[in-house]
Design a protein around this ligand. Structure first.
Ligand SMILES: [Zn+2]
Ligand SMILES: [Zn+2]
Length: 269
């Protein structure tokens, strides 16, 4: 039985148009016991999406539809599978107040959630770190090299864990090592052990959990899970719950990488 805590939907402006029914039927056929739909939350109203297609988050006006559609499916399929209504919420430094306001508005209807960092600052504005090799390169140029980007990413991730985003703040940290998405193009000799240890310690301190994300295995320049097994083993030793996440943006990606990760899945997750 698979529990998948990180799945996108047709409400995602950069995902596939696969229907929720396709996701759910595929999940059931793969013997999923639980699926969490965690669409990219709408970005803060005053934040300008730096990606050229402006499609990093779902549209705010679709939120009611997103929630009510999932509520209906949750009931229709309750005999076959547990459906969680969640969001992947972006932590963007400096926008904490707006993120908190958004969560306070919709948090009551949500039953799961992921907190992720995709956007990092440069002197000429925010950049979506994982959008393309070119966007990563912008960060490399702005922060004195590849290692500078990793350090800034982990620093921001730590701030996201510590941030006050109110009572509906998601407590599962998304793809912890996303800064390695283009690691084959932007290699580094460093392991960032100090940084990742600090992240794990902070997660443990707050009783948060980790999204054990298989998307990196499908990225040609990454070919690794987020995080790497050595970090997963450390997390297990610390007693941090690990939740498998396919991060599927199309229904056929459900269950991807599960065979590599199932040995790390925490009991009950
Ligand atoms: Zn996405
Ligand atoms: Zn993400």
């Amino acid at each position: 039985m698979i529990i998948d805590g990180h799945v996108h939907t047709p409400f995602c402006p950069h995902g596939s148009r696969d229907t929720l029914k396709q996701y759910i039927e595929n999940a059931i056929s793969q013997t999923y016991s639980s699926i969490s739909f965690t669409e990219h939350a709408p970005l803060p109203p005053s934040f300008i999406d730096p990606v050229p297609t402006k499609d990093s988050g779902m549209e705010l006006k679709l939120m009611e539809d997103y929630i009510s559609t999932l509520q209906e499916l949750k009931i229709n399929y309750e005999k076959d599978i547990t459906i969680h209504i969640g969001l992947e919420v972006d932590y963007i430094e400096g926008y904490e107040k707006e993120i908190k306001e958004f969560l306070n508005t919709y948090g009551d209807s949500l039953t799961d959630g992921i907190l992720s960092v995709h956007f990092l600052p440069t002197p000429s504005g925010y950049v979506c770190m994982d959008y393309s090799p070119n966007s990563f390169k912008k960060l490399v140029d702005a922060h004195g090299g590849v290692n500078g980007v990793h350090r800034l990413y982990y620093q921001t991730l730590l701030r996201s864990i510590e941030a006050d985003l109110g009572r509906y703040k998601p407590t599962r940290i998304g793809h912890m090592t996303l800064s390695h998405k283009f690691q084959n193009l932007f290699p580094t000799e460093q392991f960032f052990t100090e940084e990742t240890d600090a992240v794990l310690a902070s997660i443990k301190e707050r009783n948060y959990s980790l999204d054990m994300n298989s998307a990196g295995l499908r990225k040609p320049y990454c070919q690794a899970t987020y995080p790497h097994p050595s970090i997963l083993e450390k997390a297990i030793r610390k007693g941090i719950p690990l939740v498998y996440g396919s991060d599927a943006h199309k229904s056929e990606d459900l269950g991807a990488g599960y065979s590599q990760l199932k040995q790390y899945v925490s009991k009950g997750y």
